[in-house]
Design a protein around this ligand. Structure first.
Ligand SMILES: [Zn+2]
Length: 376
């Protein structure tokens, strides 16, 4: 990992480099920032920079033994605590460290949802339990393997219950020797003020559109125009930017799918709609949901186009060309009703409705709604 793998945050990176270079590292740091700014990745990179024996030009070398271990999230002096969905078999962060490594390494800008999806625990309450504090004490009570610092990264400390938070506070008040705590937090309001006051604050702002655009061009090989489009939509959230970039390809196919749907629904034709329904049915639930969300976005843009709000429209290229032609079919007389149909379909998809019946019913409804004439 390199500092340059996180877009923007130049001032913070320099501050962290200085801390390590001058060996004046506070024993507890609070990395505070909104989701997707890259504070977890920065925390890991900072640890790597501290442990690296061959750092050059303000970056870890990425090849020394320490770097190699960090790149697998398997350095013996780097510890992690994070929210888990506790169960009979899972009581501590350590019990799911393999899953945590995999998720982080494939999604360095991961959020809570990515993590819980990986655990198949979407509906569970993420918590850092009291037992975890005992584990922290234990992990830090040994001397470090490599003779240097021991670093404890606590991801989302705001998910600690009160007892856990109080125990952590005790540790922060009397920290073990040569220990660095990095608290990677999204929302400081949920942290004990006494914990905050024991840490040095490192506040992450949002990366700029230019920074994210450059990052996407470099890491994903996007052209400047597409990168800027994704960066704009992401509003400073790198995770979101990567997500949107990944969707760019599939959106072209989805646009076509939407076009066929609208065309066949407008002049309802049972022969033509059937292949479309079959195709939709085989998409699978997640893709169906995404298609419906994407369609809702297009419909909203139609309304914007009709009311002269073209500057607010996100669509571009072929999407925009299509919407300009299609927009006149969506107006105040049917917009709400159409949106309701799409939302209803989303609801039923989530609850495992039979897709063939669902989308057949929907296309009949759409035939009715799209043919409502614009008033006046
Ligand atoms: Zn190194």
């Amino acid at each position: 990992m390199l500092f340059s793998n996180v877009p923007g945050q130049l001032e913070i990176k320099n501050r962290l480099r200085r801390m390590a270079d001058d060996e004046r590292i506070p024993h507890a740091l609070l990395f505070l920032g909104s989701e997707g700014v890259g504070h977890l990745t920065t925390a890991v990179t900072f640890a790597q920079y501290i442990f690296c024996i061959n750092k050059t030009n303000g970056e870890p070398c990425n090849t020394c033994p320490a770097c190699q271990k960090i790149n697998k999230l398997a350095h013996p002096d780097l510890h992690f605590v994070y929210p888990i969905a506790s169960s009979k078999d899972v009581k501590l962060s350590l019990d799911v460290i393999t899953e945590f490594r995999e998720t982080f390494l494939s999604k360095p800008f991961m959020n809570q949802q990515d993590w819980f999806n990986e655990l198949n625990a979407e509906n569970k309450q993420p918590t850092i339990a009291t037992e975890e504090s005992n584990n922290i004490i234990k992990a830090l009570s040994y001397t470090s393997y490599e003779g240097g610092y021991k670093i404890m990264v606590i991801w989302q400390p705001e998910k600690m219950n009160t007892a856990a938070a109080n125990k952590l506070l005790k540790i922060l008040e009397e920290p073990p020797d040569k220990t660095i705590f990095i608290l990677v937090c999204n929302s400081a309001e949920q942290l004990l003020t006494t914990i905050i006051s024991r840490t040095q604050l490192v506040k992450f702002g949002l990366a700029s559109t230019d920074e994210i655009s450059a990052f996407l061009q470099e890491t994903k090989g996007l052209n400047a125009q597409t990168a800027e489009y994704c960066a704009n939509l992401s509003e400073g959230n790198v995770r979101e930017a990567l997500h949107i970039a990944g969707e760019q390809d599939s959106n072209t196919a989805l646009l076509e799918h939407f076009q066929v749907f609208m065309r066949t629904a407008l002049k309802f034709n049972a022969f033509k709609i059937n292949p479309w329904i079959d195709q939709t049915a085989t998409m699978g639930r997640e893709k169906q949901k995404y298609f419906l969300t994407y369609s809702l976005q297009l419909l909203r843009e139609c309304l914007l186009l009709n009311s002269g709000g073209e500057t607010l429209v996100r669509a571009r290229n072929e999407e925009l060309d299509f919407l300009k032609k299609f927009a006149s079919f969506v107006h105040m007389g049917n917009y709400e009703l159409i949106v309701e149909e799409f939302n209803k379909a989303y609801y039923h998809v989530e609850r495992n409705a039979n897709p063939k019946i669902l989308f057949m019913d929907m296309s009949l409804k759409m035939n009715e709604l799209l043919n409502i004439k614009k008033a006046g």
